[in-house]
Design a protein around this ligand. Sequence first.
Ligand code: FES
Length: 109
Amino acid sequence: MPDTVHRVAVCSASALPLGEVATVTPPGHTAISVFHTEEGLFAIDDTCTHQDASLADGWVENCAVECPLHESCFDLRTGAPSGTPAKTPVRTYAVHVVDGAVVLDLPGS
Ligand code: FES
């Protein structure tokens, strides 16, 4: 049975211009980073699945973010790592812009 999804507004779209990233912590949730790339908006868990690094501090290129600590790259669309040392995908979240707000689909009740 799929998770229940609820939509949570996390920031205004104007606060997240192209090329920027915002890290938000919705109530009851871990930190999520929202990246505004030329391909659109993407939201992933902020913490690398290898160790405790913030992916918001990483380098973004070609719809992927490179972890600042050991340089694994994660696809912003799928969360999949493209190489070691990270082996586990980061969780991704659907992103919408609704009435000028950046809104995430989050699991939960
Ligand atoms: S902490 Fe991200 S690759 Fe090691």
